[in-house]
Design a protein around this ligand. Structure first.
Ligand SMILES: O=C(O)C(=O)C[C@]1(C(=O)O)C=C[C@@H](O)C=C1
Length: 420
């Protein structure tokens, strides 16, 4: 059975949708989204620029949220301790959609600030986390909203508490952040951009603490993975413990006055939590980079006048056997893939294949995630996906967005001064 999504903004046959039921919060967010999408369609008809279309999809939210937290684990929107939803009537365009008697005027159509001011951007972690730096890089002068879990950041956008979420998906040394791949599928947000952030780790401890005193190093699992060999080279064969985020590790040491523990975190975290830098640049590779994606309730309109990337996720009832066919749809059109990831298919993790003679084979079932270098406005991408659709039982476009083409500058401890 193919799934249908009426909300696909891309010029594809209607099958490119999500077959999984959306959680209650996502359904709620979608009802407002439908309205918004109608307005975008009226306004755009392919003449709205990238930035306009982006800003049009970002009605500012007017409540004063400092930190978003979940109360009861990560499941179930109903249990999230989120601030009540406010109607976004502060946006004149949304307001007029709610009150159709007021005609739209030219001022309603003028683009909002394009590069982040006034945007609320949810990230996982506490101030000083790399995700906060990524939010500032993506949207300079934004209001970064710390969240205690990745899932909360997704929900903050769905519930209009935040306009965007910025979430890590992969690191050049530590690999994929699997949780966010699973959440991308479970939620209905759209990828609207990417940022690649050089990640420069420091070893932090309370003032006066020396390396010899340490019995433990704590950090986000990615921080520990990215510094694994350097820690050993430094003679730090001490316990390594994972915590929720790098800056949270620094905060924990400071709050509990831990003189036997060091954190792997940014220089900015040292500044914020009053720690000293014992070692600078301890990542195993100098050019350590984490890739983050920006998520919004609405997709942006894909373009062809600058490099774009498109992210998709698909599955097939016969698992990996179709993978070669899917990949060839891109190869034949000269479309480069930049990333391929597989995750368990939580809808159907195991497929049993009986063979009367030899027994039962148990195949693991996967969801495949692919990023490719083409815009959904490019006919090659549309044709490739039309072909992919022939081989897959489920296909969803997660987003088509500008590639991060910022000039390469190796990581340095000074790169984390937040501009927000
Ligand atoms: O803990 C942080 O500071 C984060 O922002 C999270 C995170 C990650 O999840 O990969 C982000 C960038 C670095 O790769 C290390 C950790």
């Amino acid at each position: 059975m193919k799934a249908v999504s009426s909300s696909s903004p891309y010029n594809l046959k209607p099958m490119l949708g999500a077959s999984q039921p959306a959680p209650a919060t996502a359904r709620m967010a979608r009802s407002s989204r439908c309205q918004w999408q109608t307005s975008c369609a009226i306004l755009s008809s392919n003449v709205v620029s990238q930035e306009q279309s982006d800003s049009l999809s970002v009605p500012p939210v007017s409540d004063g949220v400092d930190h978003v937290a979940a109360v009861n684990g990560h499941n179930g929107a109903a249990r999230m301790n989120l601030v009540p939803i406010e109607k976004s009537d502060s946006n004149p365009l949304v307001s007029k959609l709610h009150h159709p008697q007021k005609p739209l005027s030219m001022t309603d159509l003028s683009p909002a600030p394009m590069h982040g001011s006034n945007l609320r951007v949810a990230y996982q972690g506490v101030p000083g986390a790399y995700s906060e730096a990524a939010a500032s890089k993506a949207y300079p002068n934004c209001q970064a909203i710390p969240c205690d879990q990745f899932e909360v950041a997704f929900q903050a956008v769905e519930l209009w508490i935040s306009d965007r979420a910025v979430l890590p998906v992969e690191n050049s040394l530590g690999g994929s952040i699997h949780r966010n791949y699973d959440l991308l599928l479970r939620h209905r947000l759209h990828i609207v951009g990417e940022v690649q952030l050089p990640v420069h780790h420091c070893l932090l401890a309370l003032p006066g603490v020396r390396k010899e005193f340490l019995t433990r190093v704590i950090s986000h699992p990615q921080g520990l993975a990215q510094c694994e060999h350097t820690l050993t080279k430094l003679g730090l064969n001490v316990a390594r413990e994972a915590v929720d985020d790098t800056a949270g590790a620094a905060e924990f040491i400071a709050a509990n006055n831990l003189r036997d523990t060091a954190a792997i975190a940014s220089a900015r975290a040292a500044e914020i939590y009053g720690l000293e830098i014992l070692e600078d640049g301890i990542q195993d590779d100098a050019s350590n980079v984490t890739r983050f994606v920006m998520l919004a309730r609405e997709p942006i309109i894909p373009r062809t006048d600058r490099p774009f990337k498109t992210s998709i996720v698909f599955a097939h009832e016969k698992g990996t056997s179709v993978l070669f066919k899917v990949l060839s749809a891109f190869a034949f059109r000269d479309i480069s893939l930049t990333k391929i990831e597989s995750r368990p298919n939580h809808n159907r993790p195991i497929r049993l294949v009986d063979d009367a003679n030899v027994g039962t084979a148990k195949h693991f079932e996967y969801m495949f995630y692919i990023d490719f270098e083409a815009s959904m406005a490019d006919a090659r991408a549309q044709n490739a996906l039309a072909e992919v659709q022939e081989f897959t039982s489920f296909l969803r476009v997660l987003g088509s967005y500008p590639m991060d083409m910022t000039p390469w500058s190796p990581s340095s401890s000074t790169s984390y001064t937040s501009s927000s």
